[in-house]
Design a protein around this ligand. Structure first.
Ligand SMILES: NC(=O)c1ccc[n+]([C@@H]2O[C@H](COP(=O)([O-])OP(=O)(O)OC[C@H]3O[C@@H](n4cnc5c(N)ncnc54)[C@H](OP(=O)(O)O)[C@@H]3O)[C@@H](O)[C@H]2O)c1
Length: 293
C-alpha cells in the first residue's frame, strides 16, 4: 500500500484529500500545521526523508488574499519557501510532489479560458507568492504536478458559500461582484479526482508531470454564484426570507487585493490525460450549505 504525506491536512482541501485518499486505500500521513510547518526546512527534510513515503501532496498555504497585501513576508514564507523546501526534499527522496496552486497566478484577460501554457502574471501578493512557489518547484528538478484550482468551496473551513449563507440570514439584499468571471471548485470533487489519479501517478512509467487546471463547471460570475447559492439554500429552507443579489463592480466593492477579472480555466488537459470530467459545482452546494447551517 502506498504512503502519501498530506501537508495542510486540516485545511478546506486538506481534510477532503485525507478522506478521499483513505477511501482509495492509501496509507495517509495527515500533517496539519502543528505537525509539520512547511516553512521549516529542517522539519520538511526530516518528515519527507524519514517517513518512507511514496508522494507528497501540499495543500498548506497562506490563503487570506486581502490580509496578504500587508503580510507579504508570511505569505512568501508559506506560499513560496515552503513549496521550495518540499520540492527539494522530494527531489532528494526521488518521490513526486503534488502541489496545489491557484487561478490568481493568471491575472490577464484573454477573452477565453486560461491555458497551462500561458505566461502567468499575478497582481496581488497572494497570487505572486503562489507563483513564486510554482517557479521554485519547477526549478527544483523534482517530479511535480501542479494543480491550479479556483474559487474553492466545501464542507470544511471558510468559503464563499458559507459566507453567503451567513449574510443571507442577516440581510435581505447583498451586493456581489458581477464583473469577475471564473468557476467554483468543489473541494470534495477535486480531492476525489486527485485520489483517483494517484493510481496513475505512482506507476513507475508515469510521465505526464507538469501543470494542470481543474475547476467546476459551468463558468459564472460571483453574483451568479451567489444567486445559485441562495436558490439552493431556499430549497433547503435555510433562509428566513428571500435574498436579493445586487450586481456591483469589483471597483465598487473595493477589496484590498486586486483579483483577476477573468479566472476561467481551460481544463481540457486534465480531462484528456486523466480521463476525468469536471464536476458541476451545483451538485456540491447542498452538502456545503448543510455543513454550515
Ligand atoms: N480557498 C480557495 O478559494 C482557493 C482557490 C484557489 C486555490 N486554492 C489553493 O488550494 C490550496 C488549499 O487551500 P484551502 O482552501 O484548503 O486553504 P485553507 O483552508 O486555508 O487551508 C490551508 C491550510 O494550510 C495550513 N498552513 C498554513 N501555514 C502553514 C505552514 N507554515 N505549514 C503547514 N501548514 C500551514 C493552514 O493551517 P492553519 O490554519 O492552522 O494556519 C490550513 O490548515 C492552497 O494551495 C490554496 O492556495 C484555494
Amino acid at each position: 500500500m502506498s504512503r502519501i504525506l498530506v501537508t495542510g491536512a486540516n485545511g478546506q482541501v486538506g481534510q477532503e484529500l485525507v478522506n478521499a485518499l483513505m477511501i482509495q486505500g492509501y496509507e495517509v500521513i495527515a500533517a496539519g500545521h502543528a505537525d509539520l510547518d512547511i516553512t521549516s526546512e529542517a522539519a520538511v527534510e526530516g518528515c519527507v526523508g524519514e517517513t518512507g513515503i511514496d508522494a507528497v501532496i501540499n495543500s498548506a498555504a497562506y490563503t487570506a488574499v486581502d490580509r496578504a497585501e500587508n503580510d507579504r513576508t508570511a505569505a512568501h514564507l508559506i506560499n513560496a519557501q515552503g513549496p521550495r523546501y518540499l520540492a527539494a526534499a522530494c527531489q532528494k527522496a526521488q518521490i513526486p510532489l503534488i502541489h496545489i496552486s491557484t487561478d490568481y497566478v493568471l491575472d490577464t484577460v484573454r477573452g477565453e479560458p486560461h491555458l497551462e501554457t500561458e505566461r502567468p502574471r499575478a497582481s496581488c501578493v497572494y497570487g505572486s507568492t503562489k507563483l513564486e512557489g510554482e517557479n521554485f518547484i519547477k526549478e527544483s528538478g523534482c517530479n511535480y504536478l501542479i494543480f491550479r484550482i479556483s474559487w474553492v468551496f466545501g464542507r470544511f473551513g471558510r468559503n464563499f458559500v458559507k459566507t453567503m449563507l451567513r449574510l443571507g440570514t442577516e440581510r435581505e439584499e447583498i451586493a456581489v461582484v458581477s464583473d469577475e468571471l471564473g468557476a467554483p471548485t468543489p473541494a470534495r470533487a477535486f480531492a476525489e479526482a486527485l485520489a483517483l489519479i494517484m493510481g496513475q501517478v505512482l506507476q513507475p512509467n508515469f510521465k505526464d508531470y507538469g501543470i494542470y487546471h481543474y475547476c467546476g463547471t459551468p463558468f459564472c460570475s460571483w453574483s451568479q454564484f451567489a444567486r445559485d447559492i441562495f436558490e439552493c439554500a431556499d430549497s433547503l429552507n435555510l433562509l428566513p426570507h428571500a435574498v436579493n443579489v445586487r450586481d456591483i463592480s469589483a471597483r465598487e466593492y473595493g477589496a484590498t487585493a486586486a483579483r483577476p477579472a477573468d479566472s476561467r480555466l481551460n481544463t481540457d488537459k486534465f480531462s484528456r490525460v486523466f480521463g476525468i470530467a469536471m464536476p458541476d459545482w451545483h451538485d456540491y452546494l447542498q452538502e456545503t450549505l448543510n455543513a454550515s447551517a
